[in-house]
Design a protein around this ligand. Sequence first.
Ligand code: SAM
Length: 243
Amino acid sequence: MTNQVNFGDELVSPEEKTRRVGAVFSSVARRYDVMNDLMSGGMHRLWKDRFVNRVKPRPGERILDMAGGTGDIAFRMARRGAEVTVSDINPAMLDVGKERAEQRGITGLRWQVENAEQLSFADASFDAYTIVFGIRNVTDIPAALREAHRVLKRGGRFYCMEFSSSDWPGFAKVYEAFAANVIPRIGKAVADDEESYRYLVESIRRFPRPPAFRAMVADAGFARAAAEPMLGGLVTIHSGWKI
Ligand code: SAM
């Protein structure tokens, strides 16, 4: 059958992938934050701090945090005075984010359900676009990158952080074994949901390597597309500029 896409290691129709990714995040939403800490040993907090340091949000800037989930990136950018819109395809993730924002007294965020592939925002609406650990879940990644380009103003910055396979010899093997065997088990023990966490691991393994993804960012029209590996390449920050 043509036009099939990967949902983890399985081949499914594009519609089925979008539906099943939705089910994964609806299922993990309430446990998402504690699972992030367990799966990364707390490292995701450092990666996110570092990512926001690269974005350098400025007071009054309009930033779209796409696939923003429960708000980790948006909160960090709002604290620096940016006007952040948090968008995600999944209302359950955004609901958890809104509750967390309220608990922490973070105000002024806009929350909007959106599919990254087809945004409702006007052309040239934002100074920066961020997407963290989100794009590998999107069914049509080139469409999402084109939309990112469209909604950015001239001079607007694109930033994406995503897992990538490590190139460090030895470390890559240890990480692969941890990801394939340990993460789904933690998912079962903590969230009673082995399948969702198996999908997350498979989707990380299948995401394009940094040079290939950098080429996709350039194909969407971004100038100076760059890929900056962190921590031996476990995570990569991609960036580009709309001219
Ligand atoms: N950015 C947040 C973070 O770093 O904690 C959340 C990342 S979470 C791993 C991935 C998010 O991507 C989920 O909230 C999911 O609903 C969202 N997502 C998946 N496909 C999407 C799409 N097509 N459009 C918008 N969001 C999508």
